[in-house]
Ligand binder design. Structure first.
Ligand code: ADP
Length: 277
């Protein structure tokens, strides 16, 4: 089945994802669709399985069952305005389906990783490398792109987030908000089909949160396809097209951001949203 079936132009299609850690069943039959150029926010209590979904989409966890399909880029554009090297500049890769119920090869996992890029809660920058080295490491070493090209792109992305003058600094010399903007640039430099954000602002001091949220909002406007795990419900309401509420390893409720966050149908969603908003 193609990820575009009945979905218009889906970039991501997840079906029946299951995952246990020992006797702890963490994901119980997760389905998720992300149309091209759309933003899906994953919300829910701590321990509900949100991070495990993201990690599964980036090849960092291996689910026990289910399929993940990352779609090929559509021929009629990808929902982005295409200008300025944004989502429109992402190269086309063939559609990929991993069936975790069968044996998944390291090559398939590498291909999945090549299509998605993760922005981590704690930035996960390499401490011994400069900002620039952190950004070009993936493009040059993993994707085998020419170094000069990777450097030029990294510099232009750094300029965009106001950090070009920090390119030779090391992560410890930057604030948390600056490190996270480098984390975002590092993900963009991989030219992924899909951007994954795992609570990108929850480790930041409150006064630094907005600097990072502004960058993510701009990416949404540019047409990047994104899945964002977040506790920032006001941000989710402004930025996400769809909100998915999870609890106990299942999707309890999903729908347009304003509906799920303002007028949730399910009691568990209502209780959660009331606590956070
Ligand atoms: P959330 O992101 O919603 O807070 P997680 O996906 O991080 O939830 O975790 C879901 C559950 O899986 C938790 O009970 C957590 O303890 C467990 N878990 C996550 N990663 C591991 C791991 N590597 N080993 C064992 N248990 C894990």
């Amino acid at each position: 089945m193609s990820p575009t079936d009945g979905q218009g132009n889906a970039v991501l299609r997840v079906r029946g994802l299951n995952k246990s850690f020992g006797s702890n069943t963490v994901l119980r039959g997760i389905d998720l669709d992300v149309p091209r150029g759309k933003v899906v926010a994953l919300i829910g209590p701590s321990g509900s399985g949100k991070t495990t979904i993201l990690r599964s989409l980036n090849g960092l966890e291996t689910p026990d069952a289910g399929t993940v399909t990352v779609g090929a880029r559509g021929t009629a554009g990808n929902g982005a305005n295409g200008a300025g090297g944004g989502a429109g500049a992402v190269p086309q890769l063939p559609e990929l389906t991993l069936d975790f119920g069968a044996k998944v090869t390291p090559r398939e996992v590498a291909a999945l990783r090549d299509r998605s890029a993760m922005v981590f809660q704690h930035y996960n920058l390499f401490p011994h490398m400069s900002v620039l080295q952190n950004i070009i490491e993936g493009p040059v070493r993993v994707q085998r792109r020419p170094r000069a090209e990777a450097v030029a792109e990294a510099e232009s992305l750094l300029e965009r987030v106001g950090l070009l003058e920090k390119k030779d600094a090391h992560p410890f010399e930057l604030s948390g908000g600056q490190q996270q903007r480098v984390g975002i640039v590092r993900a963009l430099a991989l030219k992924p089909q899909l951007l994954l954000f795992d609570e990108p602002t929850s480790a930041l001091d409150p006064e630094l949160v907005d600097d990072v949220l502004v960058v993510i909002k701009e990416l949404a406007e540019e047409g990047w396809t994104m899945v964002i795990v977040t506790h920032e419900l006001a941000f989710a309401r402004q930025t996400a097209d769809e909100v998915v509420f999870m609890d106990g390893g299942v999707v309890v409720e999903r729908g347009p951001a304003s509906q799920v966050l303002r007028t949730p149908r399910e009691e568990r969603t209502q209780a959660f949203v009331r606590r956070l908003l």
